[in-house]
Design a protein around this ligand. Structure first.
Ligand code: PLZ
Length: 453
């Protein structure tokens, strides 16, 4: 594949696509802002890379000190089309000039309808679909559960170990990890049941069907097949550690749902919109969910989320049962339409597969040289390294933190994740050009080679 076909023209970008450090990182201005922040912003909001961004374009962040950093996180899988993409910026500015809000529940507008048409066309399955638009991933997950309960007349929601679904009350209950997400924030919503997932590194090598059988046995014995409204699954678990289930796990769970009148809900909030090399990660195993939840990559950074499902499921809810003041904000819809068009025209799913071909060999080579790399996994432009104490599978969160910090000081933003905090994840903008990506990954593997022995 000729890589240059994917390269975003730097001519149309405001910032040269280059890493360039002019101060230490974080520099004096970022440090001063960090102090101002401490006196004004609630301590509970953390920032993993405390450089204050002043501008961004393509795959480059420019901080308050004028440093240019390579962004390998895309604001947690959001800016897949790159920062400040001119097509998105123009669509946002034009819509903001026309109107910024009417409330779709009061006086509707075309953008909302057009985004729902796109969601119907792009999500897996040829069946008739309907969508609702919301503001955040967590809000969309909440709505998927509301809809599933209404459509099935059942209440139980099944989620997986290591799941992440958000920070609202219901989605905290659905999220697995105690600290920091749930610590002290209970009581949590009832009727949420957690079952084992497929985690090839840590489940003794169960096959996908074996792992699914284990989950299903738990559902049938502890929840009751007839009680389940929905099984909610991230096709690749994101915050939990970029856990790719063994092949066959997702199809077996989806089959069980079909046979038992439960809805299979795919939380594609982090995996969606070309990230894994298909429009949606469920497509890798030909799984057609009853309901797909989207957010993040759909709108290039404007807050927008969606729930898309079979028409008869979605339309089971009475008129007025779903909504919200801002859901499907017209400016966010304009951004989404421009981002989707960019992804379609630029073949961003292929671009994500190209990124995998470029980066995976580098990560595998690093794993050969660095004993602390216990696993290399992921799909497309959603790739990760799980760090362990050499010779064991015991997680090494400290190393993940120090490596991420070392990358930041060298001008590369990488994120960590994982139930045990020991996974380094890569979520580059799909629009990043090859040379910049290779440079960023080189900084990461260099840090690992120095620190991971
Ligand atoms: N479902 C699969 O990845 C958001 C959260 C970061 P919101 N992931 C990033 C943090 O620490 O808050 C996410 C996700 C999956 C749901 C969500 C929630 O999406 O838009 O953050 O509410």
């Amino acid at each position: 594949m000729e890589s240059s076909q994917f390269v975003v023209s730097t001519a149309e970008q405001a910032v040269a696509q280059q890493r360039r450090l002019v101060t230490e990182v974080p520099g004096p201005r970022s440090r001063a802002l960090q102090e101002r922040r401490a006196a004004a912003v609630a301590a509970g909001v953390g920032s993993s890379s405390p450089i204050y961004v002043e501008r961004a374009s393509g795959a480059v962040l420019v901080d308050a000190d004028g440093n240019q950093l390579i962004d390998l996180g895309s604001g947690i899988a959001v800016t897949g089309v790159g920062h400040a993409l001119p097509a998105v910026t123009a669509a946002v500015a034009a819509q903001a000039g026309r109107f910024t809000h009417t409330c779709f529940m009061v006086t509707p507008y075309e953008g909302y309808v057009a985004v729902c048409e796109q969601l119907a066309a792009l999500t897996p399955g040829e069946h008739a679909k309907r969508s609702i638009l919301l503001n955040s991933g967590a809000e969309a997950v909440e709505n998927a559960v509301k809809i599933a309960r209404k459509a099935t007349g059942r209440q139980a929601v099944v989620v997986l170990e290591h799941a992440y679904h958000g920070r609202t009350n219901l989605t905290m209950a659905m999220t697995a990890k105690h600290h920091p997400y749930k610590n002290g924030f209970g009581p949590f919503a009832p009727e949420v049941y957690r079952v084992p997932t497929s985690y090839p590194l840590r489940d003794g090598g169960l096959s996908g069907t074996e792992a699914a059988a284990r989950a299903i046995e738990r559902i049938e014995t502890q929840v009751g097949a007839g009680a389940v409204a929905a099984v909610v699954v991230e096709p690749i678990q994101g915050e939990g550690g970029f856990i790719v289930p063994a092949p066959g796990f997702l199809p077996a769970l989806a089959d069980w749902c079909r046979q038992n009148g439960a809805l299979f809900v795919a939380d594609e909030i982090q995996t969606g919109f070309c990230r894994t090399g298909n429009w949606f990660a469920c497509e890798h195993e030909d799984v057609v969910p009853d309901v797909v939840v989207t957010a993040k990559g759909v709108a290039a950074g404007l807050p927008l989320a969606g729930v898309t499902g079979r028409a008869e499921i979605m339309d089971a809810v009475h008129v007025g049962g779903l909504g919200g003041t801002y859901g499907g904000n017209p400016v966010a819809c304009a951004a989404a339409l421009a981002a989707i068009e960019t992804m379609r025209a630029g073949e961003y799913a292929a671009r994500a597969r190209h990124i995998e071909q470029l980066v995976l060999p580098e990560l595998l080579a690093a794993a050969k040289a660095v004993p602390a790399i216990g696993d290399v996994r992921g799909r497309g432009a959603m790739l990760a390294l799980e760090l362990v104490h050499p010779g064991t599978t015991e997680p090494d969160a400290g190393l993940a933190q120090s490596v991420a910090r070392a990358c930041l000081t060298e001008g590369v933003v990488v994120l960590t994740c994982g139930t045990f905090g020991n996974v380094i994840r890569l979520l580059p903008p799909l629009a990043i050009d090859d040379a910049l990506l290779e440079e960023g990954v080189g900084v990461l593997t260099g840090a690992l080679e120095r620190m991971g022995r």
